[in-house]
Design a binder for this molecule. Structure first.
Ligand code: ADP
Length: 507
């Protein structure tokens, strides 16, 4: 094939994005996004329709092909990334039996407590490298088993979001990859295989989980029906793909140990590539196997990062990011004593408390719109520093690569460098394309366009660096100290608030 291209699809929380990537330099040729809805049927529940993901993939691909008809015959491979911690029960034909429980769904508190009683959260963390929480796919499967036994019985495979889309393309609904399966909490992370004894202990059939693949393995080709839906030739190879976190790591060029990056998206995380899983004594970080199924990524996730900023902009009536940058500049570093805890959707690392909620601390009558917005951005940045500090206990982090939508803001880049006392590096990859690029790398390796993921990642270059300002960093140290002290004081009150809300919901 002359001038081959890779088509990557990323199933995000708010929409599905399809991106055409040039393998020579990892350049993005064109991309198209279709939004999809999250449904919140009850307090703490969050669901998406798997058919919406597939509709998005079809619409995006048709639009891209209509716009660039000459590219139709140049697509050499496809890869998919998707949000993780899902639960998509499908039947033997790959049909979804119910909407997917997505990552932010916390309904499985009961199963979570049961697993903790049976196995001990510590033992499970040591086995799986992941922290027991109601969001875990393991707990979600148990919820389906308990509350929807008929669906559980009819389930042939429990898939993740990207697995579902791969099955729509190829007809193969028996494929997943190491990254998604490890985060779902059903792998023995060191053995890199299903934790069969643990699953048996919990009464979950091992046979309901798909075959494990490296993300780069070709697991099928585009069927005739799927080709028609996408307006592409049939037979295009499709790889297993990866969870969005693992794909973002590859897209940030973090495929070898020693590289650390921050993804500043709707949800944000800091991740470092390590040869072996890092088992933290206080269970503040978690591990994902990388796209090659061998390396490991250590992650700390801030659940509502960009989401907090979007929320603040919405509430404060600020619709543009130019306005966002201007408002940030109106107020000095530290927001004149206003501190925000960004727990709008509970928090993951390092506290793992789904009951926690957002807080403005230190409000006074002098604080206005700009203070509230700046404090929100600083609060999200403090949350990221709290993750970074845990990593610094175990390894040195000389610099932080930056990807994700928030990385587009120069002011936020500098603020993050100051809060975290670290040089923040920007990449040749457009900040919002890293996840798609990782999925494209996996597909490119799968069909031999790249020799390896490390080879693919050479297309990612550091293009700029912002160093921390020592004076402002010192001011932020004081704010960070108060930030860190707030959660332990509020923890019992968050639990009480949650109980009272559940009580009202039942009435
Ligand atoms: P997702 O994480 O949903 O895949 P992105 O990586 O694009 O999406 O990140 C989206 C977040 O990026 C938004 O929540 C928003 O807060 C932030 N963002 C996007 N563009 C800008 C910008 N120019 N300035 C500041 N923040 C931005």
């Amino acid at each position: 094939m002359r001038d081959p291209l890779i088509l990557a699809h990323d199933i995000g929380t708010s929409g599905t994005k399809s991106t055409l990537v040039r393998p020579e330099d990892g350049g993005v040729v064109a991309s198209e996004t279709t939004p999809h809805r999250t449904h919140f049927p009850r307090l703490g529940w969050a669901e998406q329709q798997p058919s919406d993901w597939w509709d998005g993939v079809c619409r995006n691909t048709r639009t891209l092909i209509a716009r660039h008809a000459d590219l139709r015959g140049r697509i050499a491979a496809m890869g998919v990334s998707g949000h993780m911690l899902g639960c998509v029960p499908v039947d033997t034909a790959g049909r979804a039996l119910r909407p997917s429980l997505i990552h932010s769904d916390c309904r499985a508190a009961g199963p979570c407590a049961m697993v903790g009683d049976r196995l001990g959260p510590r033992g499970l963390y040591e086995l799986t490298g992941n922290i027991l929480e109601p969001r875990s796919s393991l707990c979600k499967v148990l919820w389906v088993q308990q509350h929807e036994p008929d669906i559980y019985r009819r389930t042939a495979r429990f898939l993740q979001a990207k697995d579902y889309v791969v099955s729509c393309m190829t007809g193969n609904c028996d494929a997943t990859d190491y990254s998604d399966a490890s985060h779902a909490q059903w792998l023995d992370i060191r053995a890199r295989s299903y934790a069969a004894d643990m699953l048996a202990e919990l009464g979950i059939e091992r046979g309901k989980f798909p075959t494990l693949h490296r993300s780069t393995d070709v697991v099928g080709t585009l069927t005739r029906a799927a080709a028609q839906a996408l307006d592409l030739p049939s037979g295009v190879p499709v790889v297993a793909g990866g969870g969005d976190g693992a794909c973002a790591s590859a897209g940030a060029g973090a495929v070898n140990p020693g590289t650390t990056y921050c993804c500043l998206g709707t949800t944000a995380w800091i991740a470092a590539t390590t040869g072996e899983p890092l088992i933290d004594g206080q269970q503040r970080l978690f591990n994902l196997l990388a796209l090659d199924g061998e390396q490991n990524g250590v992650f700390g996730t801030v659940q509502a990062a960009g989401r907090s900023v979007e929320w603040a902009m919405d509430v404060l009536g600020e619709s543009s990011f130019e306005g966002f940058d201007a408002l940030l500049a109106e107020v000095p570093a530290g927001s004149e004593g206003l501190i925000f805890l960004p727990y709008l959707e509970g928090e993951r690392s390092p506290i793992f408390d789904s009951d926690s909620r957002g807080v403005f601390f230190g409000l006074s009558s002098m604080h206005g719109r700009a203070h509230l917005l700046r404090a929100t951005v600083e609060g999200v940045s403090f949350a990221l520093r709290s993750v970074l500090e845990v990593m610094r206990e175990s390894f040195a982090v000389p610099a932080l690569r930056l990807i994700g939508g928030g990385g587009r803001s120069l002011s936020w880049q500098q603020l993050l460098a100051n809060v975290c006392r670290i040089p923040v590096q920007t990449l040749s990859t457009c900040s919002a394309d890293a996840t798609s690029l990782g999925a494209a790398f996996a597909a490119g390796v799968g069909v031999g366009l790249f020799d390896s993921l490390a080879h693919a990642a050479q297309t990612v270059r550091v293009t700029g660096q912002q160093a921390a300002d020592p004076d402002l960093a010192q001011r932020y140290d004081r704010g960070f100290h108060i930030y860190q002290a707030l959660y332990p004081q509020l923890k019992p009150l968050f639990a009480e608030l949650q109980q009272s809300l559940q009580h009202e919901d039942r009435q």
